[in-house]
Write a new protein. Structure first.
Length: 206
């Protein structure tokens, strides 16, 4: 567990969030290219459910063997389908994962250093991690862009894609908590220019 004293030594913390398929990873990579320290809770979420981790055994107990691949790893797609159709089940999954993700996030943040840190939290609007960041950066795009990207990446049908979007905070709710916004509907160079401008702002704030 990270202490309050350790949290006080962490550099400027910028929580990067956005709806699914909004381009958070792309933006985080751009900040990394500029030398920013990146801590990605999606990566941490995968690490805490690796074979041998207690969280994986709790998930196995909750969902059964149907969500475990033959090689012993978690079938994330199978879990996603189950929880987006069952709100109480999703909450039970979050009870398993969120405390572990939170603690590992701040362990990494306390050790990583840097002028400022980008902490990628997809569901920041709904997460207690919101209380531990100094600024909130929202990667924003319109819902139809998200649906199109989901169909190319994760979702099997448009209905499933829209159900995934409906399970998250709305675009308006995310924008309401934003200190900074990057629009990611246009080309990558436009996005990169916004990242570069914010990089200078965060360096000056740090």
């Amino acid at each position: 567990m990270v202490t309050d004293e350790q949290l006080d030594t962490i550099p400027l913390r910028v929580g990067l969030t956005g709806g699914i398929a909004s381009g958070k990873s792309t933006v985080a990579d751009m900040f990394a290219d500029l030398g920013a320290t990146i801590i990605d809770t999606d990566v941490i979420a995968r690490e805490v459910v690796m074979p041998g981790q207690p969280a994986l055994e709790e998930i196995r107990g909750l969902f059964g063997e149907a969500v475990i691949h033959d090689d012993g790893t978690l079938d994330r797609a199978a879990v996603r389908k189950l929880v987006f159709a069952d709100e109480p089940l999703r909450e039970r999954l979050e009870d398993i994962l969120h405390p572990r993700i939170r603690d590992e996030t701040f362990r990494q943040a306390s050790e990583a250093g840097g002028d400022y840190q980008i902490i990628v939290v997809p569901l920041l609007a709904e997460s207690p991690l919101r209380d531990y960041v100094d600024r909130i950066l929202v990667v924003d795009c319109d819902e139809e862009t998200q649906v199109r990207r989901l169909l190319n990446r994760d979702a099997e049908t448009e209905e499933q894609a829209r159900r995934i979007l409906a399970a998250q905070a709305s675009r308006a709710e995310r924008l309401a908590i934003a200190d900074d916004v990057i629009g990611n509907d246009a080309d990558l160079e436009a996005t990169r220019a916004q990242v570069a401008a914010l990089h200078e702002i965060y360096r000056s704030l740090a």
